[in-house]
Design a protein around this ligand. Structure first.
Ligand SMILES: Cc1cc2nc3c(=O)[nH]c(=O)nc-3n(C[C@H](O)[C@H](O)[C@H](O)COP(=O)(O)OP(=O)(O)OC[C@H]3O[C@@H](n4cnc5c(N)ncnc54)[C@H](O)[C@@H]3O)c2cc1C
Length: 466
């Protein structure tokens, strides 16, 4: 009896023939097929001619205003139109050291492309993201310059080789500093490398972007975890200022019964396994719990061959913290949504067999301003599934507050001056997900650049406790 499934509807489903899962190679191909493939030279040229090259000496183009890293979009598009794709790439990288990555992962639909004046004229926006990709690919295809000797300037430590840390280090090197970037992982990129959906970016062009930084004089030390007060004291002894670009920590979990069952995942290990090529066997039915990250997980489950992928969300579609276009794209790929649905527990004997759920209704607004979901008694039901993934956000790396004198967290975010990234301990600066609670790559780049300027001002004013 011990091996009998305990969910009656699952027994019925098990007797139905299930479609064979896709071969691993097919699933990998589906997983890594790019949502936005590169433009050909002809396509890029034709698309560049659609740009009205707005803006001028007195007013920035609306697309530039909408770009957190303030890339000179009309400038690089004009260079493409003149047939000089490499110069176009240089223009992008002058503003954004992760210009190739952002070309692939930025939600351009709600940033630069939403601001494109063509939209106001009832036309399709210029395909800025793919033009930026065309430009940056052309530049990154050129042989990488050899690493420069570290500049003799004052020394800055950057903790975290994610987008915030890489952007901070790039700007510091441009300003004449010798930044050293430490990361506990073996590669650069942070969440871009191990969490962003592989159909947006698997790994390239991150290594080439890192090599460009090394050519500016940035040093990377991988496999080096800053794991406590002693490690920080060692940094303080060697460096004049420290930038914390450590992002957010592990996934939060719903804390409900049955999370230990095989078949129950949290989102980051699930996506990281996929990105490493260790594709999880998800079975035919997958439940994904959550909002924003849930969109990626659900679409990845479809590519892994699941036949029924259901997102459980405890509010309605209107409150869903995900980009509208991503919800629509997920629906178009066959993802189902069960709104006003909260998981109560994971059910199964030896492995996951179902999620017990309950319907909710919306009550008064809570602290976040969104209407609070309230349980509707008596509406419990079992959703038979083979796999469930909790995608409900990440925990802050609050341990740093115990390790660094004066460092404060407010609402799970490092408290700092938003203009300079300087924290309440003046030698420490911060930026990216650890201060905004989790946003986008291009926002992390913006924070990293701003903090580099803040560090420069601090050190030029004589700061440093060394
Ligand atoms: C599932 C998922 C999908 C996403 N999809 C997109 C997307 O499509 N587009 C988009 O723009 N954004 C996306 N984002 C958001 C984006 O990835 C982040 O906003 C961005 O990576 C934040 O950059 P960061 O440098 O602040 O932090 P991170 O990228 O988290 O980098 C932090 C780095 O610090 C290192 N680190 C942490 N602690 C230590 C320590 N103690 N010692 C040494 N090193 C340490 C980590 O190893 C990591 O490399 C997504 C996020 C998630 C979770």
């Amino acid at each position: 009896m011990g091996t009998q499934p305990i969910v009656p509807s699952l027994r019925r489903a098990a007797s139905r023939p299930q479609p064979a899962p896709p071969a691993a190679a097919d699933a990998w191909q589906a997983m890594t097929a790019e949502l936005k493939p590169p433009l050909t030279a002809e396509e890029a040229m034709a698309e560049s001619y659609r740009c009205l090259l707005c803006g001028g000496p007195y007013a920035q183009a609306p697309c530039v205003v909408a770009c957190p890293s303030e890339v000179d979009i009309p400038g690089f598009i004009a260079a493409i139109g003149e047939g000089d794709a490499r110069r176009a790439g240089e223009i992008v990288f002058a503003h954004n050291p992760l210009g190739g990555t952002c070309a692939r992962v930025c939600p351009t639909e709600v940033l630069c492309e939403a601001a494109c004046v063509l939209v106001h004229e009832g036309q399709r926006a210029v395909d800025i993201g793919r033009l930026q990709r065309y430009a940056t690919d052309a530049l990154l295809a050129a042989p990488a310059p050899s690493p420069a000797p570290a500049p003799a300037g004052r020394r800055v430590a950057v903790v975290g080789a994610g987008p915030a840390g890489m952007a901070c280090a790039a700007r510091l090197a441009e300003l004449g500093y010798a930044p050293t970037v430490f990361d506990e992982r073996p590669e650069e990129g942070g969440l871009v490398r191990y969490a962003i959906a592989p159909y947006r970016e698997l790994a390239d062009p991150l290594p080439a972007e890192r090599r460009r930084l090394e050519a500016l004089g940035v040093r990377f030390v991988f496999g080096h975890r800053i794991d406590g007060p002693q490690a920080l004291r060692a940094l303080e002894a060697e460096f004049d200022a420290v930038f914390l670009g450590v992002g957010m920590g592990e996934d939060s979990s719903a804390g409900i019964e049955g999370e230990h069952l095989p078949g129950v995942w949290t989102s980051l290990p699930f996506i990281e396994a996929i990105k490493a090529g260790r594709l999880p066997e998800v079975g035919a039915r997958v439940a994904v719990i959550g909002g924003n990250t849930a969109m990626d997980v659900a679409r990845e489950a479809v590519r892994l061959g699941a036949r029924e992928v259901t997102v459980l969300y405890r509010r309605t579609e209107a409150e869903m913290p995900a980009f509208r276009h991503e919800v629509e794209e997920a629906k178009a790929e066959g993802v189902r949504f069960s709104w006003l649905t909260a998981p109560l527990r994971f059910v199964g004997r030896d492995r996951l067999e179902a999620v017990e759920c309950r319907y909710m209704r919306l009550g008064e607004p809570d602290a976040s301003g969104r209407r609070r979901p309230e349980p509707v008694p008596g509406t419990e039901f079992l959703l038979p599934v083979d796999t469930a993934v909790e995608a409900i956000g990440q925990r802050p790396r609050a341990e740093f507050a115990q390790w660094i004198e004066g460092l404060r967290f407010e609402g799970g975010r490092i408290a700092c001056d938003p203009a300079t990234g300087q924290t309440d301990n003046p030698r420490y600066f911060a930026g990216g997900d650890d201060v905004n609670g989790g946003d986008t790559v291009v926002e992390a780049v913006r924070w990293g650049k701003a903090a580099a300027e803040g560090i420069d001002r601090y050190l030029r004013a004589g700061g440093s406790g060394r």
